[in-house]
Design a binder for this molecule. Structure first.
Ligand code: PLP
Length: 399
């Protein structure tokens, strides 16, 4: 049996699979088992921020795995590489977020933040945003404002409510002194790359302060230079109580983290949280290597430059097909094209794969461009040429 047959037979069918079996990658390229080459504009869902098979990651894995992967009694003992990563994070995290705990995924970080916000506030209610995405565990699905991720799993966790994103009045109206936390993304990623107005997050942060509620900022998709800055909230000077991270934090190694303010840290007690892996040395070594690489390479400059070129090119395309493309928007290398129909979106998506380009569908009429942050101009051009060809072919078929 070949790979596809085996996976189809034995894996739980959660996905509408793409019939391609990927064997290896390098930079923005991947190859299937038959040797066909593809360009990856998905970064494995925004994760492989320094490209596939980057030697920096291979080296960190090799060096650390030769020393130790998992500590005796895990988090109960100290780890030099964990301390090194914590020190690095202490230099780059937004002001006020001085204490960090490591997780294995983004959902796990959000789950812990919600759980701890309830505990330390002594309150029950969580406010989240429509079209927001926070994960697939039961508590993070409960916080996710998209029916397709929630409604099948009733009863969900109680005391969650939703407001439209980028609508400050809606939050103002829903706040009470029983709100433990407001959770939101600085830019809604899965929701379709929705960028709020410049003062929205600041106003939300202020109203949280007024009501004594915590603010959980989910930087899982936007963090680690995806939007050009280390964190999307970096220059906003917000008062944030929890910030969650994953994806780019370790370039593909399953890893995440949440950071908390001094006030929250002081209210946390021994035993409130934990986990078998909780910052295992292997994950810490990879994360340290990846963040260091991003900083040393001044990746922010590349992200802003490539992001501008990408949006510019997509906007020119959309001007040519104004009746078919409703919008192009993005920040850094988190960019989306919104189509006028679901059929056209899936036709373009399928053509891209057929022509050798992986791209994401986030919502049924939205494609997201999400390449590695160290993509070069030549690579971006190469991917865009495939995209344009795929779009034109879909339009010629009058979809
Ligand atoms: N939060 C945001 C903003 C995300 O984009 C995602 C994943 O796409 C998650 C949380 C969940 O992260 P994970 O898939 O690592 O559990």
């Amino acid at each position: 049996m070949n790979t596809i047959t085996v996976e189809n037979k034995y894996a739980i069918p959660f996905f509408n699979k793409i019939p391609v079996s990927i064997e290896k990658g390098e930079g923005i390229y991947v190859w299937d088992e038959d040797g066909n080459k593809y360009i990856d504009f998905t970064s494995g869902w925004g994760v492989t921020c320094i490209g596939h098979a980057n030697p920096v990651i291979a080296e960190a894995l090799l060096q650390q795995s030769r020393k130790i992967i998992q500590n005796p009694s895990s988090g109960l003992t100290y780890s030099p590489i964990r301390a090194k990563l914590l020190s690095l994070l202490s230099e780059i995290l937004p002001a006020g977020l001085g204490h960090v705990f490591f997780t294995n995924s983004g959902a796990e970080a959000n789950d812990a933040a919600i759980k701890l916000a309830r505990k330390v506030s002594g309150r029950t209610d969580i406010v989240s945003t429509i079209m927001g995405f926070h994960g697939r565990t039961i508590s993070t699905a409960s916080a996710t404002g998209q029916a397709k991720h929630r409604d099948k799993f009733n009863p969900l966790m109680p005391n969650y409510s939703f407001v439209p994103y980028n609508d400050f009045e809606a939050i103002e109206q829903i706040m009470t002194d029983n709100v433990a936390a407001v959770i939101l993304e600085p830019i809604q990623g899965e929701g379709g790359v929705i960028i709020p107005s410049h003062d929205y997050l600041e106003k939300v942060s202020k109203i949280c302060e007024t009501f004594g509620s915590y603010l959980i900022i989910d930087e899982i998709q936007t963090g680690f230079f995806r939007t050009g800055k280390m964190f999307a909230i970096e220059d906003k000077g917000l008062k944030v109580d929890f910030m969650t991270m994953a994806k780019g934090i370790a370039g593909g190694f399953p890893f995440g983290a949440f950071a908390v303010s001094k006030d929250v840290a002081e209210k946390i007690e021994i035993g409130d949280h934990g986990g078998t892996y909780c910052g295992n040395p292997l994950g810490c070594a990879v994360s340290y290597a990846v963040i260091n690489y991003l900083m040393e390479k001044r990746i922010d400059k590349n992200v802003i430059h490539m992001g501008d070129i990408l949006v510019d090119r997509l906007k020119k395309l959309s001007a040519n097909y104004a009746d078919k493309i409703a919008d192009v928007r993005g920040k850094g290398l988190l960019t989306a094209m919104v189509f006028s129909s679901k059929q056209l979106t899936s036709a373009v998506y399928n053509n891209c794969i057929e022509n050798g380009l992986f791209i994401n569908i986030t919502q049924e009429n939205i494609l997201r461009f999400f390449p590695a942050l160290n993509i070069t101009l030549e690579e971006l051009e190469e991917g865009l040429i495939v995209f344009e060809k795929s779009l034109e072919a879909a339009l010629e078929n009058r979809i």
